[in-house]
Each structure stands twice: as C-alpha cells, then as structure tokens.
Design a protein. Sequence first.
Length: 189
Amino acid sequence: MQQTREGFAPLAASGRLAALLAQTNYRVEATPNNVTHFARLRDAFAGIAPLVVEVRHKTWNVDRAMAAMRQLGVTVAELDYPGSATGFSRDTSDVHAANGLAYFRLHGRNAAWFAPGASRDEVYDWEYSAAEVQELEHRLIRIAGDATRTLVVANNHFHGKAMKVVEQLVAWYRGLAERGGAGESGEGT
C-alpha cells in the first residue's frame, strides 16, 4: 500500500486527484468483514484523496449497509448499469465522503454484461438515447442535491460513446447553470 500511496502523491499534491475508486464485483456482499476492509482502504489512503466505493451486490441496498458506509466517511458510488435490476440499485445512496463528495458512474445499460464470454467492447458498447440522457440529468440533480461536489464518470467507452454522453451532460449542465439552477457559481455538480 505504501508504494501505491507514494505513486499517487504527485497527483494528490497537484490538487488534481479528486477521489480514489475501490470497485467491487457483484459477489461482494454487505458484511461486517467487507465494511472493515473498506475502512482499511480508507485509512491506507487517508490524506491522499477521498475513497469512493462501488458496490454491486443487492445486499448493499438496505439502509443498515448504507449507514455503515456513511459511518466510515466514504462515498458510495451511484451507478447507472445493467446490474441495477438484480444488484445494487438505489436511486441515490446519499452516502458522501466527509468532504461531501458524490460520485455518479455511468457504465451504460448493455445486457451483454451478463452474456457468457462477452468481450470488454461488447459489454461497454452502449450509446445512451436522448430519453436516457434526460433520465441521467434528472437523477444527477437528485444525487447532487446534498453534495458539495459531484463527479460524473462515464465508462461506456466503446467507440467514444462515453465522451458523447459526457458532452451531452456538460451541455445540459451549462444550460442549467445559465438558468440559475445549478447553485452558486455552478457548484454542486
């Protein structure tokens, strides 16, 4: 862990490291041992950047699990992904790091996530429709509601589709800010 901390140090010192993501797979359940593991990660990287934890197992949906994560002072990643039908699926977790950071991760909605043998490119090949982008906009408002800062990360990277949705969300946000709906000087999202 020390070498990893040292590796992140220059980026942290520059002020450009907004968060560190601990991404889990769908098998990681909400257990006391896993919460303890996240506490160890938080402690290992304290002072470098806030820890964002991406959980996917359905057991994280219960309030008790979110309360445990809130008590740790980490951010629970808000997800838009195909697993929301059977896995972690809260509209908003309202679990932000001590500094008020919210994190919204867009994986796309491609059902190939569950196809045996699907390649990375097949899994992340998703272009959000205009209606889906509008859903993301509305959800982003809810996610950012009580956050001091919100990061949006698009991971549907096949053929630049992540950049397209980011450009769409940035255009929407700028329009929102111009209309006075984004908070003071655009803070909050």
